[in-house]
Structure formats: structure tokens, C-alpha cells
Design a protein around this ligand. Structure first.
Ligand SMILES: [Cu+2]
Length: 254
């Protein structure tokens, strides 16, 4: 082990020296495999690369509701609290309304609050948790690809390994859009289908990754033409606030 570690240190030093001329150093990467939640049939592979406070997120997913926006976040905490993705075995305990599904609020007690909103442009903080006109839209075949580089706070950069990637939105009744009688746990005016968790994954051990080059290049899938299902941005912001209020109350009650 000592030999291996020495080798790694030497390799790291070499990489640092080699990259020194351009000021870049090797970044750390974390892979995640996202499994379906709520029987959505959605699954993704993701990689988060961290270089100081610059973060790059790459996601490739399949099985998502076609032509629909999918909110996606890094959930967890920056205070070291341990969170995890729900498994089918957790549904019985967390499903407070007994509908057999985990709503966003029900699942948040396990996977934590929104730390980063993986939008296609603009703000990436928790304030944009429901900014659905800035989340990626799955293509006609249900593929959901995403790639974006952005800045985060030092607190968040230091806690990324303890966070989980959650993707939302699932056409439960197969009508082709987010509708139905069931209401979102975040706001009665929204369909449950629009915000229900569809996939969740945890990040594995760090590995060396190529330095992140440049800043946001705007290469995220930014088709917003069919993305406005929650109404105005102001309404979405209000909804996000309600979601956090509900979540905070839950935490206090526990
Ligand atoms: Cu989320």
C-alpha cells in the first residue's frame, strides 16, 4: 500500500508540474449510476467533475417521459449529514399518503434538500429547484442528455461526494404529458407527475479526471419550447419556496 500510495503521489506531482504552465491541475471525477424510482423506467449514468469551485456535470439517460422537461438536482447537505437514495424497500416507510409512490417531499427525508439545480442556463442554486423552463427536455425517444459547467460555493464543492443526483418527472398514466388528478407534494396546483422523482444515484469514489477547460459553453440541451408546464418563472419560484418550507418543517418534526 505504501508503494502504491507513493506511486500515486509521484504521478500526481508529475501531473501538477506538467499542467503548471497553463495553471490547470488534475480535477477529480465521480461517477454515478441512477436507478429508477417509482417504477419510472428511467435510468442514467452521470459524472461530476470538480476542479476547485468549478463543477462539470455530464448525464446520459434513457427511459424518460419524451418531449417533457425533467427537473434535476444534486440533493443532500453541506453539514456532513448522511443522505441516500430511496430503494423500493424504503417506499413503505416513506410513503405517508399511501399512494404507493414516493413524492418529492416524502423522498426528501432520505435524499435531502436541493443543493444544486442542474439547469441548462442561468442560476444553479436551490432557488431554481423548480425553474422548469430551464431544465433539459427529453427527446422524442425519451433520451435525456445533459452537460454543463458552472461555479458553486466552496461549501458545496467540498460536499459533492455526499450528494445524490435526482431526476424528476414521470408520465405515470401514460397520457403523454404531465397531468392527472394527483397533485404535486410541492404545490396543489401542479400535477404529481411533473415533480415526482424518476431516478436517483449516488456518487462513487473519486478518480482523477481531465481538468475542466473554460467556462460554461452553453452546450446543454436547451430546448425550452415545450418546457413551460409550471407557468411563469415567478410562480415556479414561489413553488420552490413552498417546497423548502414543507421540507424544513419535516426536518424539524423528525
Ligand atoms: Cu430533486
Amino acid at each position: 500500500m505504501r508503494i502504491l500510495r507513493s506511486t500515486l503521489v509521484a504521478a500526481g506531482t508529475a501531473a501538477f508540474i506538467a499542467a503548471g504552465a497553463s495553471g490547470a491541475v488534475a480535477a477529480e471525477g465521480y461517477n454515478a449510476t441512477l436507478d429508477e424510482l417509482n417504477g419510472s423506467g428511467a435510468e442514467s449514468t452521470a459524472m461530476v467533475t470538480v476542479d476547485g469551485t468549478t463543477v462539470r456535470v455530464d448525464i446520459e439517460g434513457t427511459g424518460f417521459t419524451p418531449n417533457a422537461p425533467h427537473a434535476q438536482h444534486l440533493h443532500g447537505a453541506t453539514d456532513g449529514t448522511e443522505f441516500m437514495c430511496p430503494t423500493p424497500d424504503d417506499v413503505d416507510e416513506l410513503d405517508e399518503d399511501g399512494d404507493g409512490l414516493l413524492s418529492t417531499v416524502e423522498a426528501a427525508s432520505l435524499y435531502g434538500g436541493v443543493m444544486v439545480s442542474l439547469t441548462t442556463e442561468g442560476d444553479t442554486s436551490g432557488d431554481s429547484a423548480l425553474a422548469v423552463d430551464r431544465f433539459p427536455v427529453a427527446d422524442a425517444d425519451g433520451n435525456l442528455d445533459y452537460s454543463r459547467t458552472f461555479e458553486v460555493s466552496e461549501d458545496i464543492a467540498g460536499s459533492l461526494t455526499n450528494m445524490h443526483l435526482v431526476q424528476h418527472g414521470f408520465d405515470i398514466d401514460g397520457s403523454g404529458e404531465y397531468d392527472g388528478e394527483a397533485r404535486s407534494s410541492l404545490d396543489d396546483s401542479l400535477p404529481l407527475e411533473a415533480t415526482i422523482p424518476a431516478a436517483c444515484g449516488e456518487f462513487g469514489d473519486a478518480q482523477s479526471a481531465a481538468p475542466i477547460g473554460g467556462v460554461d459553453t452553453g452546450d446543454a440541451a436547451a430546448d425550452t419550447s415545450t418546457a413551460v408546464v409550471f407557468g411563469s418563472a415567478a410562480a415556479a419560484t414561489a413553488v420552490a419556496g413552498l417546497g423548502f418550507a414543507a421540507y424544513s418543517r419535516r426536518r424539524v418534526q423528525q
